[in-house]
Design a protein around this ligand. Structure first.
Ligand code: ADP
Ligand code: ZN
Ligand code: ZN
Length: 795
């Protein structure tokens, strides 16, 4: 009798998405969810155990010898049985491999890897900078070294250095990040009285007599080397001990404890509904539709409080960019050390330690971004998705899962409740609520009778007519003036940066659109044509507006930099800070900017979507939207929905304190229903209009889309591959083939085919078949195929 295990091997390959059987060596305590190292061909690879078969018949297949698992990588399984099962379901649901999903689940640092390292040989001459660097810093991963010194990337340069015996390359294995251990020196009684010879030892003993013990790194900082410490240990003066330390993402911060606030009647009702979902006496999914500032977060806090009291786990998901220190603070203030945070700005070590605090049951509340939906709780009571409509809940690289669907699956599995919260629910969720699939719960008013801020729409066509060409309208300039006088704060929002490709008439606001697909046409500089990226319709670049004959018709856009400069020109004393992907790239930069805004050393925040979410600053009395048109005119069927959501979100940042607030939206299309609905804070009307249009055009949620994206460096091959796929999908309704709106990214040409169907399952089947045939075709070598089930964007 022997024990066998089914292992999913950690390499990416469309052809290898299956498990392999290995023999478990005597005494290895493997469980479902364990991470292991297995031999695979000539390699040694990481794998995840999905089944353990104890007491298998000895060599039933007589002449077949299973290979043996080499090592168990962690003390306890890193994944639960439920998560292993989830990977099987998810792989079918999103047409990806189980390996991809398993890798997405575990903390990034937990990877068994082999990599090439470079070492400088002892007697090598080393006067070039890259060799001097090696001499000073010791062996380094080849990839890191090559990043520092690009000249070494050339294969023949590397070969030359090796042949001359200057450097040596070898493979190193890494088990990935582990627990952090700190070595420290402790004074022993012999050390109390020892009379050292030598300055360094003397210094070390003096310090230790004062402090009792010290970390070796601290001793090194004052010049006491490891060698010195070890020789002192040999003499019996000190002992060297190792301690585990937790890498705490919130270390150094203090939080004032808060208690529950007295709830409004609407909040009480919401908590009651969530409670019945938890106890399975109501519907398991609750859509909490509450305007900004209506107290949704307080509902989450108190609902989670009840689950904590029952000793079960809860997950609160927040879009990455809304996961501000402010949000985390509210949860830690309520639940203290029971909170673990998981998001992509954590260091690998922090993420590792937070993960194990969940595995061991030390943390019961996880606050995090999309990836936190995989938090390895054994007993889960409640999952909350705040701002459930956010596109960022869908991962836009493989595996392209949607956290909402994962949450739905997990909630069902655990008999837990799922709360979807938003001021602007997605069409999908609101539709499900109206049809009775979800419970619908409303918080129609802000707490403490605070009014929603008035939203004024500024018609930029009028500005132009009256001779004002600045990116700030006169109304916005006046409002900023007022902010300056009253010493209050303002937020200026700009949409997606650098997306100046649709064509707009500044005279009448007309945008060139495809008559068939109702998405904006994209301007192609090279050919001077406009092109539809759903159906590939084309027309020439207009010299004048087809509606009003104005010649102010051209492609459109502006960036945060330009807005900052313009602001500086008009208000030299206002202190402004930019928040965009560039200015917040560095770790901590984000916190710094918001910190400065919070204490009032910045007056105006200028930013992209990042400034629209989750901020609660009572001094903000003005929110200005510089151009609403950039999102409205994205060539994407969700453009209207995204605009309404964004305007509503950013408007929600104004007037949260007692000073009131207002919102100014600048646009060339003030009559657009998304802008009109945002102006009156009217979700219902927006939903009715958008829903009608989607139904007519056969767009989600009234149809299912699967996008087949093709990329490659040779345009004709990519186009040919798209045609082939279209023909393989013959029996299916498709959009395209057509070039993607972003038709070239980093030198890769992009085409797409969108398969459309009424139900998901049959469509998945057809697409899977077409993809399999495609992968056996001649194109598969030069064109990459990406499958995106229910894409959030078709850009
Ligand atoms: P939302 O998440 O819907 O935007 P929040 O939960 O952030 O709303 O609530 C907005 C503000 O109102 C917060 O400062 C919060 O502390 C406060 N608040 C929430 N509920 C109540 C209540 N019942 N009574 C008084 N203040 C409340
Ligand atoms: Zn016009
Ligand atoms: Zn079209």
């Amino acid at each position: 009798m022997e024990t066998l295990a089914e292992i999913i091997v950690g390499i990416r390959s469309e052809n290898l998405d299956r498990s392999f059987t290995y023999r478990v060596p005597q005494g290895m305590e493997i469980q479902v969810g364990s991470r292991v190292v297995v031999p695979f061909g000539r390699q040694r690879l990481e794998g995840y155990c999905i089944t353990v078969i104890a007491g298998a018949e000895d060599k039933e297949q007589a002449d077949f010898e299973y290979k043996e698992i080499e090592a168990l990588l962690d003390d306890a399984p890193v994944l639960t049985e439920e998560l292993i099962e989830l990977s099987a379901w998810g792989a079918a649901r999103w047409l990806c491999s189980r390996t991809d999903l398993l890798k997405a689940m575990v903390p990034a640092g937990l990877r068994f890897t082999t990599s090439k390292w470079v070492t400088l040989l002892e007697d090598a001459e080393s006067e070039t900078p890259e060799l001097l660097w090696l001499r000073e810093n010791g062996p380094v991963a080849l990839a890191a070294w090559q990043k520092l010194f690009p000249s070494t990337v050339r294969a023949n340069e590397l070969r030359r250095l090796q042949q001359k015996g200057i450097i040596k390359l070898n493979n190193r294995e890494s088990r990935g990040i582990g627990q952090k251990k700190v070595q420290s020196a402790h004074l022993l009684s012999a050390g109390q009285v020892a009379l050292p010879m030598g300055k360094k030892q003397d210094l070390a003993l003096e310090l230790l007599r004062k402090h009792g013990s010290m970390a070796l790194t601290a001793l090194a900082d004052v010049g006491v080397s490891r060698a010195t410490v070890h020789s002192m240990a040999k003499k019996g003066w000190i002992a060297i001990c190792e301690q585990l330390v937790r890498r705490d993402p919130l270390s150094g911060e203090t939080f004032l404890a808060t208690g529950s606030i007295e709830l409004t009647a609407a909040q009480v009702e919401a908590i009651r509904q969530v409670g019945s979902a938890c106890n399975r006496t109501g519907r398991e999914v609750v859509l909490l539709h509450g305007v900004t500032g209506s107290g949704k977060t307080e509902v989450y806090l108190q609902a989670i409080g009840k689950v904590v009291a029952a000793g079960m786990g809860s997950i609160l998901l927040v879009p990455e960019i809304a996961l501000t220190p402010q949000m985390i603070e509210r949860f830690v203030a309520r639940f203290g050390r029971l909170v673990a945070v998981l998001h992509s700005r954590l260091s690998a070590g922090e993420r590792h330690d937070e993960w194990w605090r969940i595995v061991t049951g030390e943390a019961l509340v996880v606050v995090g971004a999309r990836l936190a939906v995989f938090a390895p709780f054994k007993q889960l009571g409640l999952i909350v998705l705040d701002e459930e409509h956010e596109a960022s809940y869908k991962q836009d690289e493989t595996p392209r899962y949607h956290a909402r669907d994962v949450a739905m699956w997990r909630a069902k599995k655990h008999g837990a409740a799922l709360v979807l919260g938003s001021a602007t629910p997605s069409l999908e969720s609101y539709n499900a609520a109206l049809s009775g699939k979800y419970a619908l719960c409303l918080l129609p008013e802000r707490v403490e009778n605070r009014p929603l801020p008035p939203v004024d729409v500024v018609d930029m066509r009028q500005e132009l007519k009256e001779g004002h060409r600045s990116i700030f309208s006169r109304a916005l300039l006046n409002a900023l003036e007022k902010v300056q006088q009253e010493k209050k704060q303002a937020i200026l929002l700009l949409n997606r940066r650098g997306y100046a490709t649709f064509v707009l008439c500044r005279g009448c606001g007309f945008v060139m659109r495809c008559k068939m697909c109702n998405v904006s046409l994209k301007f192609h500089l090279a050919e001077e044509v406009l092109r539809c990226h759903y159906c590939d319709y084309r027309e020439p670049y207009p010299s004048q507006c087809p509606v009003c004959a104005s010649r102010y018709i051209k492609h459109f856009g502006t960036g945060t930099q330009k807005v900052a400069e313009e602001l500086q020109k008009h208000f030299p004393t206002l202190r402004a800070a930019r928040v965009d992907a560039d200015s917040t790239a560095q770790k901590g930069a984000y916190q710094k900017i918001f910190g400065a805004f919070k204490i009032g050393s910045v007056d105006v925040l200028i930013g992209t979507q990042m400034v629209a979410k989750g901020l609660d600053f009572p001094n903000v009395t003005l929110v200005g939207v510089v151009t609403a048109d950039t999102t409205i005119n994205l060539p994407d069927f969700r453009a209207g929905e995204r605009t309404f959501q964004l305007l509503t979100q950013v408007a929600g940042r104004a007037g949260r304190g007692n000073f009131g607030g207002r919102v100014l939206v600048q646009t060339y299309t003030p009559e657009h229903y998304a802008i009109q609905a945002a102006r009156t804070h009217d979700f219902e009307t927006f939903f009715a209009q958008e829903s009608k249009a989607r139904k007519e055009l056969g767009y989600p949620p009234y149809a299912v889309f699967i996008r087949l994206l093709l990329t490659g460096s040779e345009e004709d091959k990519v186009e040919g591959a798209a045609s082939l796929l279209a023909s393989l999908l013959e029996a299916t309704e498709i959009l395209g083939p057509s070039p993607c709106p972003l038709e070239r990214i980093r030198g890769q040409f992009r085409w797409q085919v969108v398969a459309r169907g009424q139900a998901l399952e049959p469509l998945l089947l057809k697409v899977r078949e077409a993809a399999e045939t495609f992968r056996k075709s001649l194109f598969s070598g030069s064109v990459r195929l990406v499958l995106d089930v229910e894409p959030q964007s078709l850009l």
